[in-house]
Design a protein around this ligand. Structure first.
Ligand SMILES: *[C@@H]1O[C@H](CO)[C@@H](O)[C@H](O)[C@H]1NC(C)=O
Ligand SMILES: *[C@@H]1O[C@H](CO)[C@@H](O)[C@H](O)[C@H]1NC(C)=O
Ligand SMILES: *[C@@H]1O[C@H](CO)[C@@H](O)[C@H](O)[C@H]1NC(C)=O
Length: 680
């Protein structure tokens, strides 16, 4: 047991040396000056990058026992050259701090750097600490003399540091160590922490070693692998320094004496403190995403880990991460979310597809502030209704995000006794046959049409449960072959009559060259360039509708900087079919007349707005461009139900409660967008 309660105490040999070894200061110098006992006995100590203490013990340390006790010669006298001769007994030398150990084949001399017998000598301009002595052995009548010389370069004068590079000059002809003219340098190696490196490793770490007529020159970039940065705060300011311990190993021969010398220098180098001005990095993570036929793919690029990921309404826990194929490589992570996962939202149903949305939020773990919000919505093919040749019909009703109060298990077919075969909080699945559950049958030209509806039974329908969730089921059977020919579905109150075509109703937006609306920019003309305040003439057309009684109205039109119609900033041009009175660039509607191109004017809408730019803000968008988008409504003229279907910007009082608009369901809007328009 050691007498003092030192945290790192240990016992080596019979003595409690640790106290002495460790009594040195840690701060602010990163390098430890060991005390005299350590240097005398062959111990040294270093801190590693993490602040761990590393202790090195020589195999010939004072407390090691040489088990081969073949007594060799005994040293009688030591002669130091300071450079004047100075004779000393071994005991006296040991009292002065020297460590002297010999075995039959080896003599080990250890010296503190600061004994009176060491002196400084300049070698090719580099100051070196030199210890030069002879040990005289006597055995019976034989006396042997062994000369010992050590020369260590001092840091000052051999190492030069710039903010980017550490350069070390080591003279390759070290005069105090060489006694003849027949010197020949054979090998030079460089290493780090005592380990030699080969040329490949040196190149990989961007170290360089060269030689001129005087020096071996080692260059190490500050920050290179092999060393490390440490930081330090002084007077409230933040500093860093770089630490590395290169090694040079030289092998030379003096031919006449046929003596070869292997010379190694370990040189711990610490760069001066470099002031680091505080830098604030506030780079929020980036999210990108995409979809395939059944999954959402999300890729998050991040720099720091201090955020929480929320998928839909759930925090991304390890369990959830596994479920969503979470992959992280240190700078990016990705997840794959199936479109029908419980964390997605259904926005719209179309004849054979579901529009599903995924919301991803990154939240600062500490402050709980939202760092990034990301939404993407994609259309996924999904068979909602199937009509089998044997008359079995299956239908899947999907709860939309816009009707959160709907309970799918309460849905029924026309016959309220026909309940879902399966339901959960998002789906209701019905299986029935063409002659049950209130299914009606109609004979058309060549086909038989079976129809039913999924809705809430009357008594459960309340104010809070919107009525537009009736889902019409239609199956067309070929009269001749009784095979299935087609089916489609439409939420029944959404497009009351405009369902005579089986294809999707297609809407197009184009930009006319002038107010005659006779020539239009073609796809390849985009981006279209305009001057500020130059009028833009837009035309929107409902194409390929076979039913002559359908018409098109513009519900909302707006401009964005970005191609994404949901992006911000956004300037509303038309709201609920009317020019936005708050818009400084007033929209002018133009009437449409029959001409060679226009057969049904009711399927066209035209409007004009002046080219404008968005006000500058802090985002780095290009403010000299815009996209125009419209939500359009397809109306049935035989059955105008109010709202915009009563005519573009008709009386607003149609919107009173109880009165239904042709399109009451936001998700059945059709959307059109212009191409890129830039200001010149
Ligand atoms: C250099 O050293 C590395 C690591 O020890 C070793 O993998 C590599 O093969 C060596 N290259 C050459 C050219 O010797
Ligand atoms: C991590 O993944 C991203 C995206 O796949 C890739 O661009 C990046 O290079 C990867 N980084 C690493 C360190 O592998
Ligand atoms: C009708 O056909 C479907 C698909 O082949 C089958 O799953 C179902 O059981 C059949 N129904 C009847 C009543 O045979």
């Amino acid at each position: 047991a050691c007498p003092h309660n030192y945290p790192h105490q240990a016992v080596i040999g019979p003595t409690c040396v640790w106290q002495d070894l460790l009594s040195r200061s840690f701060l602010p110098e990163p390098f430890i000056s060991t005390t005299s006992l350590a240097s005398q006995c062959g111990f040294s100590m270093k801190l590693d990058q993490l602040g761990n203490v590393m202790i090195f013990a020589s195999l010939h340390n004072c407390f090691a026992q040489n088990v081969v006790t073949d007594t060799g010669s005994r040293i009688m006298t030591l002669v130091f050259f300071t450079p004047e001769e100075k004779v000393m007994t071994v005991a006296k030398a040991q009292n002065s701090g020297y460590g002297i150990v010999n075995t039959p084949s080896r003599l080990v001399v250890r010296s503190p750097k600061t004994t009176p017998e060491t002196y400084t000598q300049s070698v090719a301009g580099v100051p070196m600490t030199v210890l030069k002595m002879s040990a005289i052995f006597e055995q019976k009548w034989l006396a042997t003399q062994i000369d010992v010389t050590a020369a260590c370069p001092m840091l000052e004068g051999s190492v030069y540091v710039t903010p980017n590079t550490v350069t070390w000059y080591l003279p390759w002809h070290i005069d105090p160590l060489i006694s003849s003219d027949q010197f020949k340098l054979l090998e030079v190696y460089m290493g780090i922490d005592g380990q030699r490196l080969n040329a490949t490793e040196m190149a990989a770490r961007q170290y360089s070693m060269s030689a001129n007529d005087m020096y071996i020159i080692v260059e190490i970039p500050v920050g290179a692998v092999g060393g490390y940065f440490k930081s330090q705060v002084q007077d409230g300011q933040y500093f860093i320094y770089y630490t590395i311990e290169p090694m040079l190993e030289l092998l030379w021969i003096e031919e006449a004496a046929n003596e070869d010398t292997r010379y190694k220098v370990f040189l711990p180098i610490t760069t001066p403190l470099q002031y680091q001005p505080p830098q604030v990095t506030d780079v929020p993570p980036q999210i990108i995403g995409g979809c395939d036929h059944q999954n959402f793919y999300v890729l998050v690029k991040y720099e720091t880990h201090g955020f929480q990921t929320i998928i839909g309404k759930q925090i991304l826990t390890p369990t959830l991460a596994e479920q969503y194929n979470f992959i992280d490589n240190g700078t990016h992570f990705s997840i794959v979310v199936p479109f029908s996962s419980p964390d997605t939202k259904f926005e719209a149903i179309e004849s054979s597809s579901i529009r599903s949305r995924l919301d991803v939020v990154l939240m600062n773990q500490k402050t709980k502030n939202i760092m990034k919000e990301f939404s993407m919505s994609c259309k996924f093919h999904s068979t909602l209704i199937e009509c089998f040749p044997n008359g079995t019909i299956t239908a899947l009703a999907v709860k939309l995000n816009s009707v959160p109060s709907l309970n799918p298990s309460q849905l029924t077919l026309r016959d309220p006794m026909c309940r879902p075969s399966f339901s959960d909080d998002r789906y209701a699945y019905f299986i029935f046959s063409g002659n049950s559950c209130g299914t009606t049958r109609k004979f058309l030209a060549n086909v038989m049409l079976y129809e039913n509806e999924i809705s809430l039974p009357e008594e459960t329908e309340t104010e809070s449960q919107p009525e537009n969730d009736e889902l019409k089921i239609s199956c067309y059977y070929d009269v001749n072959s009784t095979s299935t020919v087609a089916f489609y579905t439409s939420p029944s109150k959404i497009e009351p009559r405009a369902k005579s075509g089986k294809g999707e109703l297609q809407v197009e937006m184009r930009l006319a060259l002038d107010n005659s609306y006779s020539t239009f920019y073609k796809l390849e003309d985009y981006p279209v360039s305009k001057y500020l305040k130059q009028p833009l003439y837009f035309e929107v057309e409902l194409i390929a509708a076979t039913n002559p009684s359908v018409s098109l109205e513009l519900e909302n039109c707006w401009a964005t900087l970005n191609e994404d119609r949901r992006s911000h900033p956004r300037l509303n041009l038309i709201i609920d079919g009317c020019a936005n009175p708050l818009n400084p660039y007033q929209v002018i509607f133009h009437p449409v007349w029959v001409d060679a191109r226009v057969q049904y004017p009711s399927r066209f809408k035209r409007f004009e707005v002046q080219m404008f730019t968005f006000p500058e803000d802090d985002n780095n968008f290009d403010h000299h461009q815009l996209f125009v988008h419209c939500d359009v409504v397809i109306c049935d003229n035989m059955n105008p139900l109010g709202g915009v279907c009563s005519g573009q910007c008709s009386s607003q009082k149609n919107k009173t409660k109880g009165q239904r608009r042709a399109v009451s369901h936001v998700n059945s809007f059709k959307h059109v967008s212009s191409g890129l328009i830039v200001m010149i």
